[in-house]
Ligand binder design. Sequence first.
Ligand SMILES: [Fe+2]
Length: 383
Amino acid sequence: MPESRHTYSFPTRIEYGPGAIKDLPGIIKQAGFKKGLLVTDEGLENVGTPDILKNYFKSEGIDIAIFSGVKSNPTDDNVFDGTKIYKDSKCDFIIGLGGGSPIDVAKTIKVMATHDGPLEKYDDTKGGSDFISNNMPPFYAIPTTAGTGSEVGRSSVITIKSSNKKTIIFSPFMMPTIAVLDPEITVSLPPKLTAATGVDAFVHNLEAYIIDAFHPFADGIAKEGIYRSYKFLPIAVKDGTNIQARGEMLMASAMGATAFQKGLGLNHSIAHALGVFYDTHHGLANAAILVEVMKYNCADKAAKEKLASLGHVLGTENEADAVIDKIEEWLGTVGMPTNLKEIGIAKDQIQEIEDYSLEDPCCPMNPRKVEKGDVVGIIEKLL
Ligand SMILES: [Fe+2]
């Protein structure tokens, strides 16, 4: 609230534009770095994007080692394998190329390049960020999807294999040195993945906007991110080669992750649970539950008013029901489900999903206080 004490920080340098990745080797050369570790995944390696990037660097006299072993739910093994290549190859900078997973792994290799393991030591929920100092190599993030916004974030999510626990590693020093937003490298993303990742970006902006915290900067960014993703995601899904729509979605994604330093809410808590129990794609899970979670949150007067205030952004009346109708229609336009029927949730697992959601770190920030039985109620409406 306006009377209380807050810290705001929006420091990421962003290089935006079609062809922006071609300028990165020159920028890094000027900064005096000579050998980089490029962290990516098998899918991107198969389509040849890392090699194209490597050749751009070669023309500037900079050598690149490639680590393409990042899994979709990355583990500490991925981090240690990449760190070993970084050290063995005597690298002095790191690049993360891909969706949220390669960027998160690259960000964590940045930590492990100069810090001792095990990774559990840096678990943010156990005060691990106190052990992360600023003596880390520079890190450049190149997103190939528009959704997580990890390229502007200060944290990563890595599964510790010994405990099978998704662990948040956080430090203000983990912020990428530069985020390169180049719409040309997102054009090959298929329509369904474009839609699912784009809805994630929309929900980051929406949840950040609606939660009850005093952060006018985040509110302003979130509102613009909602507008851009609402307007341009259907265009990017319909025509993946539309550079303007791809660029606007990269912006909406980075804006969402910038805005959610304010926090996220119940939509993400349930989506996280569905990811753990059913391996549901994060964006698709967010889409499937969004309408019911918004209706649920309308019992909170302030959340309902904030939702209503988005009417003019979405081209309708400033009224909560009208806004929810518009969002439901929009989800249909981009081909996303608005129920959980396709996921095939077993009735006897609903309680476990609720228990997980209530423990999720996003849950306490939700504008309506989530009581026992609430998540079960939401899920039952969606089956
Ligand atoms: Fe998300």
